[in-house]
Design a protein around this ligand. Structure first.
Ligand SMILES: [Zn+2]
Length: 291
């Protein structure tokens, strides 16, 4: 029997962080309860039965909203009757629910020993299975679970349909992989150009008066506001050529890393092709934390 991968961390009396963690896998989901419904932000890798866990926390009907459709954010969607996802994320969603695609992606992303481990996990999780009702949402969509409203803020970059969720009353901002404490990847298939990601960061900066704390999809939380400024500076440095880009990896795993302060942005090795309107290639390595 695999060990329970979940740890609960109370944020306030109606908001709970759910950390899913096993070996190299770590992801953060959040449960926001209202008077009539509960809103679950992301469903992780799917290493355990998240729906059963959520049932112990609320008896309200649960809406799932995914910050984006990468496999480590949608892994437990099938255990819920309904989920919401950006309309701009459809292509990513199709890929990341296709086991054959995930094998190829893991070959580009994960070193061999971990990949063997990941394959047995992914094989168990991503066998095709029926999903619940999917509803496409856009920027400005508001969830009303009763007594609180949670607004969608579109932040393309890490993926075309990446979104943040802003609770205007309680003032947390949930950022998925758009803003994490340590690194942000722009080197995966379908990631947007640094300019697009930079525009999303500028938007989060303009919205700064509307939130007090930042809750990401990975690493620690809450994320310091300093990180937002560092990511903004990092993107500016990439675009102006004032931050050196360090290459790492070979072939499909080749990537460039730009660091500023405590943060790091990974780009595809050929990211300059963005400027001519071409899409990035599949793959790119996972950066190690720089000492
Ligand atoms: Zn992601």
């Amino acid at each position: 029997m695999p060990k329970n991968p979940y740890t609960l961390i109370a944020i306030d009396d109606q908001t709970t962080a759910i950390e899913e963690k096993r070996l190299a896998f770590q992801c953060l989901c959040y449960l926001l309860t209202g008077k009539s419904h509960a809103l679950l932000i992301d469903t992780g890798f799917g290493l355990g039965d998240l729906a059963a866990l959520v049932k112990t926390l609320t008896d309200k009907p649960v809406w799932v909203v995914n910050t984006h459709a990468h496999f480590d954010h949608i892994g437990n969607n099938h255990r819920f009757p309904r989920f919401f996802l950006s309309r701009a994320e459809e292509e990513v969603f199709q890929r990341h629910t296709d086991p054959a695609y995930l094998w190829r992606l893991s070959a580009a992303l994960i070193p061999l020993p971990l990949r063997l481990l990941a394959h047995s996990t992914l094989d168990r999780i991503y066998k095709p299975k029926p999903l619940g009702i999917k509803t496409g949402i856009d920027d400005g969509y508001v969830f009303d679970p009763g007594g609180r409203s949670v607004e969608v803020v579109a932040t393309p970059g890490h993926s075309p349909g990446s979104l943040c969720l802003l609770d205007r009353e309680r003032r947390p901002l949930f950022t998925g992989d758009t803003l994490c404490d340590w690194w942000v990847l722009l080197n995966l298939e379908f990631c947007a150009a640094p300019e697009v990601y930079g525009a999303s960061l500028e938007r989060l900066s303009r919205l700064a008066g509307a939130y007090d704390r930042i809750y990401p999809g990975h690493h620690g939380f809450p994320v310091s506001r300093d990180r937002l400024e560092e990511y903004r500076a990092c993107v500016r440095g990439i675009l102006t050529g004032t931050i050196p880009l360090k290459p790492r990896g070979k072939g499909a795993a080749a990537a460039l890393y730009a660091s500023y302060g405590e943060v790091l942005i990974a780009l595809p090795a050929d990211f300059r092709r963005f400027k001519s309107g071409e899409l990035p290639v599949e793959g790119g390595g996972i950066p190690k934390k720089e000492q």
